[in-house]
Design a protein around this ligand. Structure first.
Ligand code: SF4
Length: 298
């Protein structure tokens, strides 16, 4: 492997090495990496366990469950052989109460880091939703976006195209983004589950719990300043709270180092356009956090 890697490739490599190391797969990356890079990495890069003890990561609770959660989230075959199905489920549940924030990736390496997550998802069969999907809908937009939207799951149009929010609800989301003075390619968009639930039903808890760790990792890579949860399902999985939407809207929540705002799902706004005014009020909170003014208001 070449010693002189460009910055983006090196950042992506370091992210992957940290990931494997924290799963205990040190021999795996030691065999694959140039010794000079390995030496720099091992001497300069604290383990996640050490980072969790650092003051800036106090919110991270690193216990055995959380470690198992990362193992379960990896989808790595070697890891899955370590955990029984029951342990894996309990570990996935634990991820909600102990979300680990991954080390920050430099902006130049974020596209490559997202690509690594996509590669790890592969042709995923980790939950039952794979049976009915056409395309995995990973995410769309800028890997360095300051604003990220999270929806529930793909619908028929998204399943056909492999891109989130491209149907009627997607058109409304595009209009909402434009009203905020942004272009769609300036934001990042993803869903709680990456495969279409049959008949557009709400994802089952096991499906959401199995898929959402990939979303958490996307959030950790993009590191948006503001995250907007679209609808109750996204809010529930992101905040780990089953409160009704009304109790979560209208304020800023701290989540994985971002400011999280909850609003209605565009599909709901299509069914009940009277709530658009409320949704706009939520988006204005997001705009305030981002220092944005509506177009035409200088
Ligand atoms: S929804 Fe997520 S976990 Fe389930 S099969 Fe699709 S990609 Fe895999």
């Amino acid at each position: 492997m070449a010693r002189h890697l460009d910055l983006a490739t090196r950042d992506a490599l370091v992210l992957r090495m940290r990931f494997y190391r924290d799963l205990g797969l040190t021999e795996f990356y030691r065999r694959a990496v140039d010794p000079a890079i390995l030496e720099q990495f091992e001497s300069a890069s604290p383990r996640l366990e050490e980072q969790a003890a650092a003051p800036e990561l106090q919110e991270v609770s690193l216990d055995n469950h959380a470690h198992e959660a990362r193992q379960a989230a990896s989808g790595n075959a070697a890891t899955q052989s370590i955990l029984s199905a029951e342990e894996a489920m309990s570990a996935r549940k634990a991820q909600f109460s102990s979300p680990l924030i991954a080390p920050e990736v430099a902006p130049a390496g974020r596209a490559a880091a997202l690509e690594i997550i996509r590669e790890e998802i592969g042709e995923c069969t980790r939950c039952a939703l794979h049976k009915g999907r056409n395309k995995i809908v990973f995410g769309d937009g800028s890997p360095t976006a300051r604003l990220m939207f999270v929806g529930e799951g793909p619908g028929a149009d998204e399943d056909a195209q492999g891109i989130p929010f491209v149907g009627r609800a997607g058109q409304l989301l595009n209009n909402m983004i434009a009203a905020m003075g942004l272009r769609r390619d300036e934001v990042y968009i993803a869903n709680v589950v990456k495969c279409r639930p049959p008949g557009n039903r709400t994802p089952e808890p096991e499906e959401g719990a199995t898929c959402s760790p990939f979303l958490f990792r996307q959030i950790d890579v993009v590191r948006p300043q503001v995250l907007v949860a679209l609808g109750a399902t996204a809010a529930t999985y992101l905040l780990g709270s089953r409160q009704p939407l009304a109790g979560l809207r209208g304020r800023v929540h701290a989540f994985r180092g971002t400011q999280l705002i909850v609003t209605y799902h565009p599909a709901y706004l299509l069914r009940d356009p009277r709530q658009k005014k409320e949704a706009w009020a939520d988006l204005q909170i997001a705009m305030k956090e981002l220092g944005l003014k509506p177009p035409g208001k200088g």
